[in-house]
Write a protein that binds this ligand. Structure first.
Ligand code: SF4
Length: 281
């Protein structure tokens, strides 16, 4: 059995940076609080916890006067979180990925221009919620073309459209062109990050060469889920697993070439465990 590994697998630069900063912060302070998960990967979150970082789902959970440090995740947050942190006298360590910052800035610009802000992305994702906050809370989130139709937009509505950073390029392009058939005044900004595009193209290329693709990453990770969908679309058998314990040996029966790719939030040590197991087989 041959094992092929996709280019651009595992931690992207944004996650690598966020993880490094969070670890450095934990080493320097005994009262570091993480707002939400640094990234969507349980193993990364557990590793930070083992370094003493306390995870809170809302800033209100941090006691007033705690004099701690608030770590903001790579997904970013809405502007009111910075205000609340100030109110609680928390020092903010901001690991928001620069690509996400860019999307936040564009949402604000569109909103300041008086446009309806449309974000193509996953409604419940923290990155998207943060971007909505930067639009003044007024942005609408759409996933598919039928969501655009449901908005019932008047043809003269000025609109600005952008994407969650992990959306596939082709999907965003299709959404923009569908929007342009509904309204006349559209400003678009492709906020998809370069790392995502490269990872997705490499995964598709790999899937076309192998009999089985294993996508490694947390089920909550939007970019990993997207990789799984894109690989499966090529027609090659594809499974997403979080750890080596989920590797089903039956999938490997009769397979000559197995491809491996991993989401941007998947740590190196998890990929290595799975590769070691496959190599032993
Ligand atoms: S996937 Fe892109 S936007 Fe998200 S953290 Fe990584 S580099 Fe940043």
């Amino acid at each position: 059995m041959e094992i092929l590994i996709a280019l651009h697998s595992g931690f992207c630069v944004g996650v690598e940076r966020a993880f490094r900063i969070a670890l450095e912060t934990a080493e320097a302070s005994k009262s570091a609080y993480m707002l939400g998960n640094l990234v969507h990967n349980k193993l990364v979150v557990e590793r930070l916890k083992s370094f003493g970082v306390k995870t809170v789902s809302d800033i209100s959970e941090i006691p007033t006067g705690a004099k701690g440090i608030l770590i903001i995740s790579a997904h970013g947050v809405a502007p009111d979180v910075y205000e609340k942190a100030k109110g609680k006298r928390l020092e903010v360590i901001d690991t928001t990925c620069p690509w996400v910052k860019k999307a936040q800035k564009i949402a604000k610009e569109f909103s300041d221009e008086g446009r309806l802000v449309i974000i193509v992305g996953d409604k419940g994702h923290p990155e998207v919620k943060g971007i909505v906050g930067w639009s003044g809370g007024k942005a609408v989130v759409v996933e598919e073309q039928k969501d655009l139709e449901r908005l019932g937009l008047a043809p003269e509505t000025p609109v600005g459209i952008l994407a969650q950073t992990t959306q596939p390029e082709a999907h965003f392009a299709a959404m923009v062109s569908a929007l342009k058939k509904i309204v006349g005044d559209v400003r678009e900004y492709d906020t998809i990050c370069g790392a995502t595009t490269k990872r997705q193209s490499a995964a598709i290329e790999l899937a076309r060469k192998v009999d089985l693709v294993l996508v490694i990453g947390d089920q909550l990770s939007a970019n990993t889920k997207r990789l799984t969908e894109l690989c499966a679309k090529t027609g090659t058998e594809t499974h997403q697993i979080e750890t080596v314990a989920e590797l089903n040996l039956k999938w490997l029966a009769g397979k000559k070439k197995v491809g491996i790719t991993a989401g941007a939030s998947t740590p190196e040590w998890v990929i290595k465990d799975i590769l070691d197991k496959l190599k032993k087989l």
